[in-house]
Design a protein around this ligand. Structure first.
Ligand SMILES: [Mg+2]
Length: 384
């Protein structure tokens, strides 16, 4: 199991995009005069004792020279999506734990884990322009611990043979499920290290951890039975817009559909899927809803093909009624990988190769600068 954790994620993205922040203590969280807390801070700020979740005012007191910036969650989400795409290249068995952390299960001969970790760290650095630390071990708990020790910009493996001895002298707080409160309770009883806790009888675990007692006993020995939680494939994706004022003209409807198709195409490509069915959803001013569907000749993740299908379905529109809401749903999804294997795609023509290269470039820019940075002429920006 590999745990990949982006280093000081939000701060790293800001330092990547704003060279003037590099090498400086940077605190992402907002105006230091506000009542907010630190979301992430750069390693330069950590040297002053600044930590995540600390009130911004405290952070300013510790590090008056720090640069404070507002978080740009849309941008971080986009970079996070790109991070998962890189991980997907190595194995389909990826569990995203949070915006900047994911477990990977890698099978293969001994040493394969380290090989993947090295390669993946280089890829992330090249594609995302920020660094990731990787912990390798036989289970989630130890992989996470290894990653923590590898930070920043490092790689560390815990050998299963050494795990138990390695854990003994560490603070009980390293164990999963032992937070601040339980940790201080244990320490107050004189149980400070993992080795101390390991020496307690089973009845002690039962009393203090209840149903988690058995797992906690195992953690003390470096055993962790938790499996990776792998998500199931999505069945459909949709995007829709409610107009601020009911719409009658076809031009507005068409350009709105183009914006929706772009957003959907981007989501499909980012998650490695293609759609076989396109559904147009309309709600008119009298709140009547209709949907019309169409199957495509071959699965696609191309904005323009999705748009054309939706536009065909719109046909002459809704007669005399004005439109209150319009949306596009794509369903019958197939992974791009499967579609390629099944020979379902007609990708050999030069035109479609050019088109794919164009989409790839657009997606790259969007990940880097946000969805709004680039759009097709005539499309209405679609914000989610
Ligand atoms: Mg992180």
């Amino acid at each position: 199991v590999l745990l990949c954790d982006l280093d000081a994620f939000y701060a790293s993205v800001e330092q990547r995009d704003n060279p003037e922040y590099r090498g400086k203590p940077l605190i992402v969280g907002g105006n230091p005069g506000s009542r907010g807390v630190v979301s992430t801070c750069s390693y330069e700020a950590r040297a002053f004792g600044v930590r995540s979740a600390m009130p911004l005012a405290t952070a300013r007191r510790l590090c008056p020279g720090a640069v404070f910036v507002e978080p740009d969650m849309a941008k971080y989400q986009a970079v996070s999506g790109q991070f998962l795409e890189v991980l997907d290249r190595y194995t389909p068995d990826v569990e995203a734990v949070s915006i900047d952390e994911a477990y990977l299960e890698v099978r293969g001969p001994e040493g394969r884990g380290v090989e993947v970790a090295r390669d993946l760290r280089a890829q992330v650095k090249r594609d995302l322009g920020i660094t990731v630390s990787v912990g390798i071990a036989i289970n989630k708990f130890l992989a996470k611990l290894a990653a923590k020790m590898a930070k920043p910009d490092g790689l560390r493996e815990i050998d299963p043979k050494d795990a138990e001895r390695f854990l003994e002298p560490l603070d009980v707080g390293v164990l999963p499920g032992i937070g601040e409160r339980t940790g201080s309770k244990l320490r107050a009883m004189g149980i400070r290290r993992v080795g101390d806790l390991k020496g307690m009888p089973p009845s002690f675990f039962k009393t203090h951890f209840g149903s988690r007692g058995r797992a906690m006993m195992e953690f003390c020995r470096g055993v962790d039975q938790r499996e990776l939680e792998l998500g199931s494939d999505p069945k459909s994706m949709s995007e829709e817009t409610t107009f601020s004022r009911d719409v009658a003209d076809m031009n507005t409807l068409s350009s709105t559909l183009l914006g929706l198709a772009e957003a959907l195409g981007y989501r499909l490509r980012s998650s490695g899927f293609m759609a076989r069915t396109v559904t147009l959803k309309l709600r008119t001013e009298d709140f009547e809803s209709t949907s019309r569907s169409k199957s495509l000749r071959s699965p696609t993740a191309d904005d323009m093909l999705l748009y054309q299908a939706a536009r065909d379905l719109l046909g002459a529109g809704t007669g005399t009624k004005r439109v209150r809401l319009t949306g596009i749903q794509v369903s019958n999804l197939v992974s791009r990988r499967d579609a390629l294997h099944q020979g379902d795609l007609f990708e050999d023509s030069q035109a479609s190769q050019r088109q794919e290269a164009l989409l790839e470039t657009m997606d790259h820019l969007r990940r880097r600068f946000g969805m709004q940075v680039i759009r097709r002429a005539g499309g209405r920006p679609h914000r989610r």
